[in-house]
Design a protein around this ligand. Structure first.
Ligand SMILES: Nc1ncnc2c1ncn2[C@H]1C[C@H](O)[C@@H](COP(=O)(O)OP(=O)(O)O)O1
Ligand SMILES: [Mg+2]
Length: 182
């Protein structure tokens, strides 16, 4: 099973909460036809299913914390396997959230060809999340949780960018634009 994805082209998409990762991914999908997999969307689908595991995940996400690594990695891997036959490559949006997640992904699936870093100022992110919170229905788009998500991003996720910069595979994009030479 896992063999099906061992040579897949992988692009990690990393950025703060509300930085515009999903929007950037839509542009790449339109242009290159890659398969977009969002860790947050996969987790929210599990929550929406009403399963016992979904209830546990919901409680963690509501607090703005990270769900256990194995849970999110298994979900991504299953989603990749399900799309392996039709996919030209995968945009993994919202993962890795910490260096350890990147290392485990590489052990279990493979190495990324590129990391798209969606850069945005923290004031911009907060503004966009507060605005999104008016209509998103997301339990984590409120002032208190947004602050925790941002703190966690700077503490745990920014080191991921530094880690992959060391390999020379980071491409920085601003939330409003996307280079044409991906
Ligand atoms: N790779 C990951 N590891 C652990 N928790 C994750 C995760 N990806 C998402 N989550 C959990 C914690 C996040 O605060 C929540 C929402 O994720 P998201 O949809 O990627 O948020 P956003 O797009 O606002 O950054 O889901
Ligand atoms: Mg998202």
């Amino acid at each position: 099973m896992a063999d099906k994805i061992k040579d897949a082209k992988i692009i990690f998409v990393v950025g703060g909460p509300g930085s515009g990762k999903g929007t950037q991914c839509e542009k790449v999908v339109a242009k290159y036809g890659y398969t977009h997999l969002s860790s947050g969307d996969l987790l929210r689908a599990e929550v929406a299913s009403g399963s016992e595991r979904g209830k546990q995940l919901q409680a963690i996400m509501q607090k703005g914390e990270l769900v256990p690594l194995d849970t999110v990695l298994d979900m991504i891997k299953d989603a990749m396997i399900a799309k392996a036959d039709v996919s030209k490559g995968f945009l993994i949006d919202g993962y890795p959230r910490e260096v350890k997640q990147g290392e485990e992904f590489e052990k279990k699936i493979g190495a990324p060809a590129l990391l798209l870093y969606v850069d945005a100022k923290s004031e911009t992110m907060v503004k966009r999340l507060m605005k999104r919170g008016e209509t998103s229905g997301r339990a984590d788009d409120n002032e208190e949780t947004i602050k925790k998500r941002l703190d966690l991003y700077y503490k745990a996720t920014e080191p991921v960018i530094t880690f992959y910069e060391g390999r020379g595979i980071v491409r920085k994009v601003h939330y409003a634009t996307l280079g044409s030479d991906l």
